[in-house]
Design a protein around this ligand. Sequence first.
Ligand SMILES: Cc1ncc(COP(=O)(O)O)c(C=O)c1O
Length: 238
Amino acid sequence: MVNETELRRIVEWCAARDVFLMFDETYEFFIYDGRKHASAAKWFESFPETVIVVNSMSKTFAMTGWRLGWAIAHPDIVDAAGKIQSHSTSNPSSISQAAALEALRGADDEVKRMYDAYTERRAWLVPAINAIDGFRCTDPDGAFYVFPEIKAFFGRGGIRRLEFIRAIPPRRGARRRRARHRLRQRRLHPDELRNIDGSPPRGVKADRGSGQALVVRSARCADHRSIAHRALCTAHSE
Ligand SMILES: Cc1ncc(COP(=O)(O)O)c(C=O)c1O
C-alpha cells in the first residue's frame, strides 16, 4: 500500500513529466492493521492537470452490477471522458444513481459489517493458504483478495502452467449461476409486460413483433410498477 510521503513523490514525479496520475480509490475503506488510506485528492488543487481520482460504488457498497463510479479531475478531462462515455454506455442509469445516493447518504453500518467480515476472513485465509505445501502468501494491506505465490509448482519437475489452470475445480454452483444468468438475458415476452392489476406498465413499451421490451421513460424506472419492469431495471443496471 502506498503511504502519503510516497504518494506525494509520485504526484510530483508525474507533474514534472507532464504525466497523468490516475489514482483508484475503490478499496479506500478496506485497509487493515490500522493503516491509513492516502488519497491523491489531497494534491488535486495543487496539481489539477496531473491528478485524476477515480472511485466506484462497487466494493464499498457491494454495488458491482450497478455500474456507477465517479472521478475528480480537471474539467477538460471530465469533459473528454464524458464524450467517450456518452457514446459507449450512454448514461449511468437513474436507478443506480438513486441507489448510490441512498448508499452514500446512509449510515456506514453495512460497510463496517463487511469490513469486519473481510478482516476475519483474511485472518483465516492467509494462514490456511500458507499451510498448503508450495503456497506462500503475505497479509494483504488492503482490498479483499490475496495473491499467493505458487512458483514452487512450476519449472522442471513441476506441473506446467496450463496443467495447473486446468486442475482448478469449477466454482460451486457455477452451473446454477450460468442458468440464472441465461434466464436474465432472455427477451421478455410482451405478455409479461403487465402491472399487477393487469394494465400495461408505465414507461415500458413492448414490440410485439420481436417480443422485445423497451424502456421508454427510464427516469421513471424507480417506480417498479410491474414484475417485468423490475426485471428490466435489473437487466438495465447490470
Ligand atoms: C481496483 C479496482 N478498481 C475498480 C474496479 C471496478 O469497479 P467498477 O465495478 O466500478 O467497474 C475494481 C473491480 O474489480 C477494482 O478492483
